[in-house]
Design a protein around this ligand. Structure first.
Ligand SMILES: *Cc1c(COP(=O)(O)O)cnc(C)c1O
Length: 373
């Protein structure tokens, strides 16, 4: 029988703008408050921080700027070292470089795919100033272990929670453990403002310092007096309008993400050659990107599977390249130093994970995976 032409296209991720997004953005346009002053910004900061279980929010233009701002406010500078996971999106390491400091990479662990907390200790030197745990693909890091190491060695903790809005470690939301929690609101993130980001913190002084630095370090008392070199990392009122409308729906988004994961796991359970995403007993993952590992005994390799799925109209993404494989970070490193991250990166796929997915969509994706063998 001849094959039917592909009728479907299932993207990896797309935002759902089904709430008050249009209404709030229209308010910005009609009132002409479209720039970085406007009432949606402080409201979004307060409400998003509260959602994270943190006291203060500092809205910025994207998640990378949130990381840069946090490091700048903590005084990370030239000559300092900052510990980051080898397996992450490049922005985590780049933010350290932009602060003038050196990222020091730590391998991933098998269970969570996050930074291996047992391997952190060996990388700490006199120059180490901070750790940036990344809650990869929505699964929280072992924050108990990380906060313990940080305390023992007097290190700052900046959580990269760009992929994990609402994820919990032992019932407490990520972003609220470290000195600062950094979030992204990029188009494919759990909550989206197009481009956008936020730093959350429980430290009032630190939040004031971040507000100051993100706005050209302008003196709060004297207009156009700048005692330091700051940044323009401001978020616009239009972004905040979107963010506020998205935040009103976040509980619904998180339920949908976990439901997707449940359906995927039940349909793919027991398929030979696939390793499914784990959830630790102490964790509540938000499954930002529902992911699988294609093991060597699956029947075809990861890249072949991605191609076959594409032909069926199913978009996927490979895992991030580990940092030590990128040209600017590779010097002196090899895969043998980061065996787990290297293996995960070689085998990992992000499957379609939108909150818009129906059960039928996920069945279609899973059938396509099973037929690819
Ligand atoms: C998306 C992301 C960022 C950066 O966020 P942008 O808003 O795209 O600048 C940082 N870290 C991780 C882990 C991310 O996934």
């Amino acid at each position: 029988m001849e094959k039917q032409p592909v009728a479907r296209h299932i993207p990896v991720s797309e935002p759902l703008l089904g709430g008050n997004e249009e209404k709030y953005v229209l308010e910005c346009v009609r009132s002409s408050w479209i720039s970085s002053i406007g009432e949606f910004i402080p409201e979004f900061e307060v409400k998003f921080a509260k959602f994270c279980g943190a006291k203060y929010g500092v809205a910025v233009m994207n998640g990378t700027a949130a990381l840069q701002l946090a490091l700048a406010a903590l005084g990370i500078k030239n000559g300092d070292e900052v510990i980051v996971p080898d397996l992450t999106f490049v922005a985590t390491a780049n933010a350290v470089m932009h602060a003038g400091a050196k990222p020091v990479f730590v391998d991933a662990e098998q269970g969570t795919w996050n930074i291996d907390t047992e391997k952190i200790m060996a990388t700490i030197t006199k120059k180490t100033k901070a750790i940036i745990p990344v809650h990869l693909y929505g699964h929280p890091c072992d924050m108990g272990a990380i906060m313990k190491v940080a305390k023992e060695h007097n290190l700052f903790v900046v959580e990269d929670a760009a992929e994990a809005h609402g994820a919990e470690y032992k019932g407490k939301k990520v972003g609220s453990f470290g000195n600062v929690g950094c979030f992204s609101f990029y188009g494919n993130k759990i909550l989206s403002t197009g481009e956008g980001g936020m730093c959350v913190t429980n430290d009032k002084k630190l939040s004031e310092r971040m507000h100051f630095l993100k706005d050209h370090a302008m003196s709060p008392e004297r207009k156009y007096f700048h005692p330091e070199i700051g940044y323009n990392f401001r978020m616009t009122n239009v972004q905040a309008a979107l963010g506020l409308a998205q935040l009103e729906q976040i509980d619904k988004f998180l339920v949908a993400k976990r439901k997707n994961a449940e359906i995927y796991n039940s349909l793919l359970k027991g398929v030979k050659g696939l390793t499914l995403q784990h959830e630790m007993p102490w964790a509540k993952s938000v499954y930002w990107m529902h992911s699988i590992l294609v093991e060597d005994d699956f029947g075809c390799n990861r890249d072949e599977l991605m191609k076959l799925l594409k032909a069926e109209g199913v978009d996927t993404r490979p895992f991030f390249y580990p940092m030590h494989q990128l040209p600017m970070y590779s010097e002196g490193h090899s895969d043998s130093e980061f065996p787990v991250a290297s293996e995960l990166a070689r085998k990992g796929i992000n499957l379609p994970s939108s909150v818009k997915l129906t059960e039928k969509d996920i069945e279609y994706v899973c059938n396509a995976i099973k037929e690819a063998k």
